[in-house]
Design a protein around this ligand. Structure first.
Ligand code: NAD
Length: 381
């Protein structure tokens, strides 16, 4: 069976996401498994062309993974006809300029979220890609998490009856950087560098809500900078100008109310770093990254409020684990494979720049809600 190889320009591979999830766990893993299989049974391997600002760092990665192509010259990488796809995992603030350049060069584009810092720019990217006729996609990895796939299975199977509400709890403590090194890059905490938890997480909540429950009709958010001063990678103290926690309420079509807390200033007392509880007339479920537990209405206990007595039941014991029923691959890799099929044989890929723009819009309106202290309607894009 035939195997062909296509060039993929990868910008931002020295970063956390670009290196681990996209280069190692997706592109190189795809090659190790023999490529992406197309519908005719043929296979496609990927030739990564690493692009970045620091030749030494690129060279180290290239040597470590036996990659022959790396450059600090984005234009040169885009000039080659062998390179069909441009991928961007740079800091958010650097994305728009590079993606526009790649669209202009006629490359198909795959990009990390958020696709831009403003709705206007995100829409401009979608329009530019459409005008040039290039395929476009945005990373929406949470949709492929085992926990959320099991939740989707419950929804599709009619488990919940009428869904009433969604409660999401996301977060963990990100160290301030003084007495323990911060485990996230410092730009995340500076608004002027594209940071902030609303811009980071609301695009995720947007596609999770839209794909599982329904479009978002309005948003109310309170965004807070709980820790005003942090210490960066060089040991310098800086002012944290971006929000590090956001408390959001989203009205969805169908009357579902979603409430999601996002925080880098919370200590974890949950089974997983993100959990969504969904309550419906016929059943409820709690889904995390990997696991999902459910409780049917027929197995729902009847607690009676009486603070004078100890709790009558161990409530968590009354939930049932939803079985895997499948093998789950890395979500980033699954999406890469889908994008390659989209580019080469027009397979469906709903996670496009238009969808990415709706995610940026939700973040922008969340910040506006916070600034104006009111609920904001979400115009349908
Ligand atoms: N899908 C997800 O779950 C997920 C998770 C985290 C981050 N992200 C997104 O991925 C992107 C990268 O995030 P990260 O956490 O990997 O960041 P990072 O700081 O670890 O990496 C950023 C990359 O951008 C490059 N870069 C280009 N221009 C830069 C500049 N002017 N300043 C600093 N770095 C610059 C860096 O060299 C590096 O390769 C962001 O857009 C972020 O929103 C997505």
């Amino acid at each position: 069976m035939s195997v062909r190889t296509i060039g993929v320009v990868m910008n931002g591979v020295t970063g956390r996401m670009g290196y681990r999830q996209h280069l190692v766990r997706s592109v190189l893993a795809i090659n190790e498994q023999g490529g992406v299989t197309l519908s005719d049974g043929s296979r496609v391997k990927l030739r990564p062309v690493l692009v970045g600002r620091n030749a030494d760092k690129l060279s180290d990665i290239a040597t470590k993974h036996d990659i022959s192509d790396f450059t600090t010259d984005l234009d040169a990488a885009l000039a080659s006809d062998d390179n069909l796809i441009y991928f961007d995992a740079q800091v958010t603030s650097a994305r728009v300029k590079a993606v526009l350049k790649a669209i202009e060069a006629g490359k198909h584009i795959y990009a990390e979220k958020p696709t831009a810092e403003s709705t206007q720019e995100a829409l401009a990217l979608a329009e530019a890609a459409a005008a040039k006729g290039v395929k476009n996609g945005v990373v929406q990895d949470k949709l492929f998490l085992p926990g959320l796939l099991k939740l989707k299975r419950l929804i599709d199977g009619g488990f919940f009856g009428r869904i009433l509400s969604v409660r999401g709890e996301f977060g963990y403590w990100v160290f301030e950087g003084d007495w323990q090194e911060a485990q996230r890059p410092s730009w995340n905490y500076r608004a002027e560098d594209g940071g902030g938890i609303v811009l980071d997480m609301f695009p995720h909540w947007h596609y999770v809500l839209e794909n599982l429950f329904g479009r978002v009709r309005s948003v109310y958010a309170q965004a807070v900078t709980h820790i005003p001063e942090r210490v960066d990678e060089q040991g310098n103290t800086y002012q944290a100008t971006a929000d590090d926690a956001a408390y959001g309420i989203f009205d969805l079509e169908g009357g579902i109310v979603a409430q999601i807390n996002s925080s880098w200033t919370v200590r974890v007392n949950r089974d997983e770093l993100v959990e969504f509880q969904v309550d419906g007339t016929h059943g409820s479920a709690v889904a995390g990254l990997r696991n999902c537990r459910a409780q049917h209405r027929s197995a729902t206990p009847k607690p009676v409020w009486n603070p004078d007595l100890p709790a009558t039941a161990r409530f968590r014991d009354g939930w049932q684990e939803v079985p895997d029923n499948a093998e789950f691959d890395n979500g980033f890799k699954i999406q890469w494979e889908a994008f390659i099929r989209h580019v080469l044989e027009d397979a469906p890929f709903p996670n496009d720049f238009a969808s990415g723009a709706r995610g940026v819009q939700l973040a922008e309106l969340g910040l506006r809600s916070n600034a104006e202290g009111r609920r904001i309607e979400v115009p349908q894009l």
